[in-house]
Design a protein around this ligand. Structure first.
Ligand code: UGA
Length: 431
């Protein structure tokens, strides 16, 4: 049955959730504190890039509204979804201030049936929110944790066809209501208690990050022993118990989720008196992986001081304009610190006015970035990089040296194009 829903937070998760719930037939009010963002949405402009999102919002415009007013958003709602961000504080714990400000704005919302947190929060947050709602006279309002597993760049697809929908609640009526809200979504509902649902999100991201760091450590061992990490991971991942997904070696993980959630889970463990050795190593391997990429290029060139390096890709992965915690930022910072000049290219990243990017020259095409450069680093596997005319690029460079941080290109073809080609966990070839 169609519900009236209020979504707090118009970021990646909030907008995708709102658009998809509207597509399912619900009426959705979206509230954000950023008045520019709300004005843009009211005018029909979508402030982020996510495939299919603009079309979905346009198609369901009659069921979607946008406001900066919390009371307005909640006034008619039966169910409130909290989709605000929870960035790490200086101590690594999640900053829940935005979640608490939504909770505070619910004090007069006695008409609500359920209050649902989709934001990623430490285990135990739901119990604290429950207590505050109870004290505010909202004991009858159901509480649920409903973590989100969508990946950027495919979030609409992931939302409509999820591997699972996790609903964590301690009361039966709320579980049934939320299952009904998700009616029409093509995936199984897994119901559990609030704490377990909160933990699922953190553990899922930690295990995905673990697979990537494992692949990157395997790559270093392959480099030392002459094996090819791509071939090794293809065969390792063919074991159905292991799976090939998230075993791509490269310059490591970034984005708004894995860095924050691994640090948050570590903080949660340490605060509880447990030293998470495996998780700590996973985080450390990721940090070393980025730095090793610059060290390997420096070893190849002798020095980076005075060299011009083309950096191909700025976003944390292809298919998004998101630069948050992009490994490229650390790599550019290291290159500049070593004395290099950086020419950058990315098809989608917004212009950057902050360091280290403000010290790079933004180029209009890969070839433009490569022309005259002493070396290049491929840091985001944008598909258009496969289509570069690499023999032409080699001829246009001062020295054709390329470090492929995503193993996107074929070593044989790059050697034929005239490159000294370094990649991750594979032998270096020289044209
Ligand atoms: C991730 C999870 O995949 C989602 O399930 C989760 O819902 C989301 O975080 C979240 O917590 O909101 P996302 O950050 O959008 O999604 O991006 P991913 O596609 O998972 O990639 C994360 C990083 O890992 C990227 O920097 C990517 O380049 C890197 N990666 C991924 C690798 O280095 N190797 C791989 O094999 C896969």
């Amino acid at each position: 049955m169609a519900q009236r829903i209020a979504i707090f937070g118009a970021g990646y998760i909030g907008l995708v959730t709102a658009a998809c719930f509207a597509e399912l037939g619900h009426t959705v009010a979206v509230r954000d504190i950023d008045s520019d963002k709300i004005a843009a949405l009211q005018a029909g402009r979508i402030p982020i890039f996510e495939p299919g999102l603009a079309e979905l919002i346009a198609r369901n415009a009659g069921r979607l509204s946008f406001t900066v007013d919390a009371d307005d958003a909640a006034a008619d709602a039966q169910v409130v979804f909290v989709c605000v961000d929870t960035p790490p504080t200086a101590s690594g714990d999640a900053d829940l201030s935005r979640v608490w400000s939504v909770v505070d704005s619910m004090k007069g919302a006695a008409h609500l049936s359920a209050f649902v947190v989709k934001s990623t929060v430490p285990v135990g947050t739901g119990a604290r929110i429950r207590a505050v709602l109870d004290t505010a006279g909202l004991r009858h309002v159901g509480y649920a944790a409903n973590p989100e597993f969508t990946a950027e760049g495919r979030a609409v697809q992931d939302f409509m066809h999820p591997d699972r929908v996790v609903i964590g609640t301690d009361d039966h009526a709320t579980a049934e209501l939320l299952a009904a809200v998700h009616d029409g979504i093509d995936g199984p509902v897994m119901a559990m208690d609030v704490r377990s649902a909160e933990a699922v999100k953190l553990m899922a991201n930690a295990l995905l990050a673990t697979k990537i760091s494992f692949a990157n450590e395997a790559a270093a061992i392959c480099e030392a022993t002459g094996a090819d990490v791509n071939l090794v991971m293809d065969a390792v991942g063919a074991d159905a118990r292991l799976g090939r997904g998230f075993l791509n070696a490269g310059i490591g993980w970034g984005g708004s989720c894995f860095p924050k959630d691994t640090i948050g889970l570590k903080a949660l463990a340490v605060n509880g008196g447990y030293h998470p050795q495996l998780l700590s190593a996973v985080i450390e391997v990721n940090e070393l992986t980025r730095r090793r990429a610059v060290i390997r290029l420096k070893e190849e060139l002798g020095t980076l001081d005075g060299k011009t390096v083309a950096v191909l890709g700025m976003t944390f992965k292809p298919g998004t304009d998101d630069m948050r915690e992009s490994p490229a930022t650390v790599i550019v910072d290291r290159l500049l610190t070593e004395g290099a000049t950086v020419r950058s290219w990315d098809p989608m990243a917004q212009p950057q006015t902050t360091p280290p990017w403000s010290s790079t020259t933004r180029c209009a095409s890969p070839l433009d970035a490569l022309t005259g450069s002493d070396a290049a680093m491929l840091v985001t596997e944008w598909p258009e990089l496969r289509d570069v005319d690499w023999p032409e690029a080699a001829a246009a460079m001062a020295a054709p040296v390329l470090f492929d941080g995503r193993n996107l290109l074929e070593p044989g073809a790059m050697a034929d194009a005239g490159f000294t080609y370094l990649s991750v966990g594979r032998a270096t070839v020289r044209g």
